[in-house]
Design a protein around this ligand. Sequence first.
Ligand SMILES: C[S@@+](CC[C@H](N)C(=O)[O-])C[C@H]1O[C@@H](n2cnc3c(N)ncnc32)[C@H](O)[C@@H]1O
Length: 263
Amino acid sequence: MQTISFILKFISYKLFSKHKKAYGIHSPFLFKLISETFNSDEKLEFTQKIDSIRNSLLKSSEKITVNDIGAGSKKMKSFQRNISKIAKYSAVKKKYGELLSRIIIKFEPKTILELGTSVGLSTLYLAFPKPESIVHTIEFCPETAKKASQNFKIAETTNIVQHIGNIDEILPQLINETENFDFVFFDANHKELPTLKYFNLCLANSSEKSIFVFDDIHWSNEMERAWEKIKIHEKVTLTVDLFFFGIVFFDKNLSKENFIVKY
Ligand SMILES: C[S@@+](CC[C@H](N)C(=O)[O-])C[C@H]1O[C@@H](n2cnc3c(N)ncnc32)[C@H](O)[C@@H]1O
């Protein structure tokens, strides 16, 4: 259940955030991003496949044993969970998944990293737009990762590299083996210290043109604190707060500014 403070924060965002149509934005970069990417009405044909996989997960009666080491649990928990519930509560919503795809289409990152695969829905939004890109995705729970792997087969994607294990161990190895991450989607451990740790690790393997997207930046006080620290990092230039997503740019041609945009 959502906390009252989260609901109040969301109501305040809905009431007071602006720039849905990019009006009043003085940054030409952000104006273009909102009008051409956030508000694009271009149909994304591949999303039909993702919708169909999502629908079958939502209807599934299958249960898996989940090892959860994400936010909210200090100790590892192992328990039975319905696939339908994982798809309903953990996976990126269609509107935000499509936004990930539109950002990929616009910036054409070659190497994409996702922290937190779950059953793979967000991975598909990252992988479909540019089949020539490589999408590395990391998931701790073996049974959840197996389900994601089945979904990647159904979707017939060829550019996803799955890593099963703890990000704390896999990310440093991946950094050694991989050139810059051009795009990173942070959607694993929604706590302050792991978020900042992964941010710093990924930053060390990124370029000025890289883009980072953080999920659920207002979910908890811990995530609020992480987001505030990320915004003031010396390498960060422009940030966009869409309430459920925080988007971070490092391009030195952009002025250091933080925008809240209604989405
Ligand atoms: C919110 S879900 C990801 C949802 C997915 N990105 C989507 O939108 O479809 C978070 C996932 O991160 C995984 N996770 C959390 N902490 C992790 C860690 N330290 N290493 C690897 N996976 C982790 C959890 O097991 C869970 O499946």
